[in-house]
Design a binder for this molecule. Structure first.
Ligand code: HEC
Length: 93
């Protein structure tokens, strides 16, 4: 729950600076660079399963902890939020 509040505060703070679609655009670039190799172009049909539309908390812990065969990444909270926004967009399309 507190993560959700932090995310909402972040989203409010970030909103005047960059439009939500710009955030997903940054996420698309980061995803292509760091994640697509394993999670595939759609994030849904990879061998490691569907990661489309997961929460910020789940994506953050995966990036920081590196579950199973996944490496960890030195990404900022803003970058992880951008990837999460991109994953949410993928899961809707
Ligand atoms: C070297 C391959 C590899 C790369 C690169 C990679 N992952 Fe993963 N990822 C995995 C594997 C394997 C799993 C499944 C781990 C398990 O549960 O055993 C996984 C699982 C996940 C999960 C699911 C965690 C859960 O609790 O359901 C998320 C979210 C995720 N990855 C996000 C990312 C993001 C974001 C990036 C890019 C910053 C990324 N991954 C890059 C291999 C990778």
């Amino acid at each position: 729950m507190s993560r959700l509040i932090v995310f909402c505060l972040f989203a409010l703070a970030f909103a005047p600076v960059a439009h939500a679609s710009d955030q997903a655009g940054l996420g698309a670039k980061l995803y292509a660079k760091h994640c697509r190799e394993c999670h595939g172009p759609t994030a849904r049909e990879s061998e490691v399963g569907d990661i489309g539309g997961l929460s910020l908390g789940t994506v953050t812990s995966a990036v920081r902890a590196g579950p199973g065969m996944m490496p960890t990444f030195a990404l900022t909270s803003e970058e992880i939020a951008a990837i999460t926004a991109y994953l949410a967009r993928l899961s809707r399309s």
